[in-house]
Design a protein. Structure first.
Lengths: 188, 234
């Protein structure tokens, strides 16, 4: 039997009443292994204005590069204190901030290795289907050989890479639409 | 090493394009540059197992969250979550939210001049059972006006959010009611060209599920993306 996946529709402007119960701005607990990273930024529309009714969801591997999921059969340790998922709200100025750990490298297709990254879903009024993007970390040597970054036009790769500011907080914006800095989104 | 199978790509016309001008909010929020094709690696065929431990048994009854009963037509919505291969999807989180019977959301940004109902929040959640079934008891939401165009009204709908076995099966959508004359005019309902895909967003009246002297039953099945049959080898 072959069925067709149900059509996606927008979360609309009032999703908070249904979804914010799972909000989390810190994906870690005290016992979680790995280097803490705080990531902050703004969701911005095609006019350069902030989007105050967006929501992010983050999915990632643990510090050893292992996903808390049965499909991951790598011989790497699970971290029972790390689920790898966060639903992250934006504030009245479209700004988000969350804390997590930098994940390890994970396998890519065809025997490749993927650089440390987070998978990020973006939901908002006006997004009939959520967007999917990734966050990579500036300065990681593995970025040079990451199989997915290699598929992204070179001049756009920087939109996927977060950089730490002077205080060590990583900055990363989600630009939904724009001539220069539009974030790379994936056809998933 | 053999790669594990990815997920099926959308069938033509059944999933929306990001830019859908009749729905004005898409105009400044849709990407203008081409999407980059994403092969399905371990990062995509895995996903959060958000679930059972966070949901209470009564979280699926939106009529029992306050001291009194909400106003409106009491309904039961149930259905099955399947994947594109026809397999039930058990143990996943289903979240819903909706307006009250007057068409007003319990949300401070909703300025529609219709009454709030102190006995209705409009939020529910459930976990699918071993055969993929879910069920909610609620009240039928009202239609409400919005600013998209002159005399724009959203048809009555309930928002659904589902996880599933991977990050690629994540689905947020809306369920509608049969016979609603507003569907024909709604740019969100009409955001895909495939007529059958649209019609699958409409629940069907379910007399079997209807409880005499108490509540009307509706059936709405949901299909999440399914795995490709053949693993890719390199």
């Amino acid at each position: 039997m072959t069925l067709t996946a149900t059509t996606s529709h927008t979360v609309g402007p009032y999703y908070h009443i249904g979804l914010t119960w799972l909000n989390r701005e810190d994906l870690t607990v005290a016992e979680t292994l790995g280097q803490r990273v705080a990531i902050t930024g703004q969701v911005i529309d095609g006019n350069g204005e902030f989007v105050n009714d967006a929501m992010l969801e983050v999915w990632q591997a643990n510090a050893a590069g292992k996903y808390a999921h049965p499909e991951d059969d790598q011989d790497k340790p699970l971290d029972p204190s790390f689920e790898g998922f966060g639903r992250v709200p934006v504030d009245a100025e479209g700004r988000f901030r969350f804390t997590t750990i930098k994940p390890g490298t994970v396998p890519g297709l065809g025997g490749t290795t993927q650089a440390p990254h987070l998978v990020v879903l973006v939901f908002a009024r006006g997004l009939v289907k959520h967007l999917l993007t990734r966050i990579y970390f500036d300065g990681e040597q593995a970025n040079e050989t990451d199989p997915l970054l290699a598929c992204v036009p070179e001049e756009r790769r920087a939109t996927l890479v977060t950089k730490a500011d002077a205080s060590g907080v990583y900055q990363w914006n989600v630009v939904l639409q724009g001539t220069d800095a539009e974030t790379v989104f994936f056809d998933y | 090493m053999t790669d594990k199978p990815g997920y099926r790509r959308p069938q033509a016309g059944t999933q929306p394009q990001y830019l859908h001008p009749p729905y004005q909010s898409t105009n400044l929020r849709s990407p203008s540059k081409p999407l980059v094709f994403l092969p399905h690696s371990l990062s995509e065929i895995t996903g959060p197992t958000v679930g059972a431990d966070r949901v209470q048994e009564k979280d699926n009854d939106l009529t029992a969250q306050h001291a009194g009963e909400p106003l409106g037509e009491r309904i039961i919505i149930h259905g099955r979550v399947l994947d594109e291969n026809g397999q039930p999807v058990p143990g996943i989180l289903v979240e819903i939210w909706q307006a009250n019977a007057a068409g007003r959301y319990h949300h401070d940004r909703d300025k529609h001049d219709a009454p709030l109902d102190p006995n209705f929040t409009g939020t529910g959640r459930a976990i699918t059972d071993a055969d993929g079934w879910y069920q909610f008891q609620t009240i039928k939401p009202g239609a409400y006006p919005w600013g998209n165009h002159h005399n724009a009204w959203r048809p009555a709908h309930i928002h659904f959010s589902l996880f599933g076995p991977s990050i690629l099966t994540r689905l947020v959508t809306q369920m509608y009611f049969p016979g609603d004359p507003l569907l024909a005019y709604d740019p969100i309902y009409n955001c895909v060209p495939d007529t059958r895909a649209k019609e699958r967003l409409i629940a069907s009246f379910d007399l079997e599920k209807t409880i005499p002297h108490y509540a009307l039953g509706y059936r709405w099945d949901i299909v999440l993306r399914g795995r490709d049959a053949t693993p890719m080898e390199k």
